[in-house]
Design a protein. Sequence first.
Length: 349
Amino acid sequence: MKRFFVMWCVFFAITMPLVAQTKVADQNKQILIFAVSPFESQYFATWLDGAKAAAKILNIDLRSGTAGWDPSKQNALIQSGVAAGARGVLVSRVDLDAFVPLARQLDERGVAIITTDGPIYNGARMAHFSVDDMVLGKEMGALLLEGLEKSGKQKPWNIVAFAGLPGTYSGMTRVEGALAAMKDAISKGDVKLVSTEIANFDRQTAMEKMQGILTKNHKIDGVLAANDDMTMGAMKACESAGLVPGKDTIFVGIDVIPDAIEAITQGKAYGSVSQAPYLEGYWGITTLYAYLKYGITPDSVGMSIPPVAVTKKNVSSYESLIKYDKPASAEYFRKDAAKYKEFVSKFWH
């Protein structure tokens, strides 16, 4: 009997910590979060990488879906995720208004919502991570002017601008910001805006539109685009027409996708402005978890991410500014400062 008691104690000592660990894991796994975005884009693929990295550290159940740029399909995916038990959703919207009615319904059901990428004027959500698109655009316009000046090309400079998907704030506002940054140069006659094209954030569409422009005007000194996919499409069209990117035509964009990094490194693109998609995904998941697990809420809905202009000067080191595994700054959680500090110390040392 004594021997049995000793063996039972040993068994208890060995298994109880494992049981405790399993219970903690099970509790975390009960927090299902659903992330939805157009992952076909390199930008949003990076966004998902950030979300997955955070989910791995927190040991939560993260599920994801993509409906491309179709807002109705995206809403249907979100509803499916919630029906499967998701207590929180991380959404990068593809339309300014389409998600708002669903967001209100989900909020009434107690589902936590965090959005990213572009503004939301109304609708329920606990936080929104983004970079001001007007600021992004102005940074891009300044980059193009800088690149044109350094190129030594004769003025006036003919430029083409590519806007994104109609109905999206980012698709239009970024070009608006870029042209605002170039306003003086345009008014002086140093810059001539040949055309503003809508290419839906799509590489193929931008290439086809650029091909059409080049049949009418072969002297295109600069191209700016509301995302890098459109920049890459326009660049391909210019190359096919015999123009040398980085020499005959200066290219700038937004997002710093892998193809843009390669183009900047090779000197084909002058630069791109990053809005840190990895951090949008990473901070979105960590903030949702902090709320769902510990009741921590940010002080305000708007949580900005500073833009970073990437050129050949800093292309090898810029990632340390926009891609790292840490939660959002404690400055966003001052009213729950003590709880947030404890949460951070538990998972990040």
